[in-house]
Design a protein around this ligand. Structure first.
Ligand SMILES: Cc1cc2nc3c(=O)[nH]c(=O)nc-3n(C[C@H](O)[C@H](O)[C@H](O)COP(=O)(O)OP(=O)(O)OC[C@H]3O[C@@H](n4cnc5c(N)ncnc54)[C@H](O)[C@@H]3O)c2cc1C
Length: 408
């Protein structure tokens, strides 16, 4: 009978095993990993740099970055928040430093540093890691839990931590079927928008530091950097919208309209007023060569082309209607989207074990004491910027604290 079996050798699984062994060095702990490699997502995360967390030290603010998990995570973050993550890794000799946008990375700028720290942390006389050990079934017993591996081998443990990650297909929860958990069907989150017959394709690579992207027929909108890509649009504002709109967009089968306000600081009236004022003051200037707003030149030229302003050699010839059309395009350019592209730097699955099943203080199943959950297997996901790993560390911490408390 083991003290703890961890299902999944990823971020949450290794963190929890390290934490339990740090406090109970003689505990018998096994990590079961179905593949031949551990921590593979950590290794490729953040473009090989691992965006470990985000510089946000208020649990009440931190939860706002989670489309799924707010407010459940509040109790989790009160126990273990960003400051604790920094301290935890520092104790393992890893310094984590912020970037200007709040994302935090190891000072070495290499994800291998985090992989090494987590692997070095998980050690003890009764610790073992079993690779190629996919769990086929977990069942509750009178003394603990029985785990059946794909190989046919069985194990018994007083505590089980499920840290098996997200499951885009939904098949990844089948080993839990004996418990009858309610599972929120998985759908993708954090993707970029593909645009039908991309009308702005030639502007590929262009970025605007602050634009508002709004999902039509919803009240979801976000302001931030927007990037024109080969297929459509990307950038933090788009990714945030994809995360908060993940379920809605899935329901719409990824066919939807969204609008972009390229000048969110200015009202429609103010944009129109400035355009008319410029027109009046510069009758001989070419409209498409007039830089009136702090926008990339190519974007303004595109607005002139679409509004018809570029057909005129000077402002004097351009009528009022074209100015109004340019205003509309600057404030609300609607695009038709069809499909999505997974954001390769960080993608997650929304959905997983329903949080109503899990006690937030301990990440323990309410109906099955001794069975714990951590990381992406839960119906918790955050936007880009280090929030998904933070959720993995914090839930793993909550679970391991309760496991340590119950171990004699
Ligand atoms: C390309 C990419 C980059 C990312 N970059 C970042 C980033 O920089 N910052 C950030 O915050 N987030 C990032 N994320 C998200 C982050 O990686 C995940 O949220 C995080 O890894 C979740 O940790 P986890 O331990 O729950 O699951 P995982 O890391 O997915 O680990 C789960 C493990 O369980 C194993 N497993 C599954 N089923 C079984 C089974 N039945 N038996 C045994 N083992 C099993 C899997 O093989 C896997 O090793 C990124 C994701 C991707 C895909």
């Amino acid at each position: 009978m083991k003290d703890l079996v961890v299902i999944g050798g990823g971020a949450a699984g290794f963190f929890a095993a390290s934490e339990v062994l740090r406090k109970k060095p003689n505990a018998s702990v096994v990590i079961l990993e179905k593949t031949g490699k551990v921590l593979s997502k950590v290794k490729i995360s953040g473009g090989g740099r691992c965006n470990v967390t985000h510089q946000c030290f208020e649990p009440d603010k931190l939860i706002e970055f989670y489309p799924r998990g707010n407010p459940w995570l509040k109790d989790v973050f009160r126990q273990f928040q960003v400051r604790d993550t920094l301290r935890w890794f520092e104790d393992l000799g890893v310094k984590i430093v912020p970037e200007a946008d709040g994302r935090m990375f190891p000072s070495t700028n290499e994800s291998q540093t985090i992989v090494d720290a987590l692997q070095n942390g998980a050690k003890g006389p009764q610790f073992s890691l079993k690779l190629h050990s996919a769990v086929r079934r977990v069942s509750p017993g009178s003394q603990g839990f029985e785990l059946e591996l794909e190989s046919g081998e069985t194990l018994w443990s007083r505590n089980v931590l499920v840290a098996s990650g997200g499951s885009p297909s939904g098949n990844g929860f089948s080993f839990l079927k004996d418990f009858g958990f309610s599972i929120v069907p998985p759908v993708p989150s954090l993707f970029t928008f593909n645009v039908v017959n991309h009308p702005w394709k030639e502007l590929m690579g262009l970025s605007v530091p602050s634009a508002t992207v709004k999902l039509e027929k919803s009240d979801l909108s976000f302001t931030g950097p927007v990037l024109v890509t080969h297929w459509g649009f990307s950038g933090p504002a788009v990714l945030k919208l994809s995360a908060f709109g993940a379920r809605l967009l899935h329901e719409r089968e990824y066919r939807y309209s969204f609008s972009v306000d390229w000048l969110p600081e200015l009202s429609v009236e103010e944009v129109e007023r400035q355009l008319f004022a410029f027109q009046l003051a510069n009758p001989q200037k070419r409209p498409d060569q007039s830089m009136i707003f702090p926008l990339p030149k190519r974007l303004w030229e595109k607005v002139c082309e679409e509004s018809g302003l570029s057909a005129y050699f000077n402002w004097a010839e351009a009528g009022k209607k074209k100015v109004q059309e340019a205003t509309r395009l600057l404030k609300k350019r609607v695009f038709q989207a069809s499909g999505k592209t997974t954001y390769k730097d960080e993608f997650v699955t929304s959905g997983g074990i329903d949080l109503d099943e899990i006690d937030a203080g301990s990440c323990q199943a309410k109906r099955f004491p001794g069975l714990f959950f951590a990381g992406e297997v839960l119906n918790v996901d955050g936007v880009t910027g280090g929030f998904n790993f933070q959720a993995a560390w914090s839930t793993a911490y909550s679970a391991s604290s309760e496991i340590v408390r119950t171990l004699k």
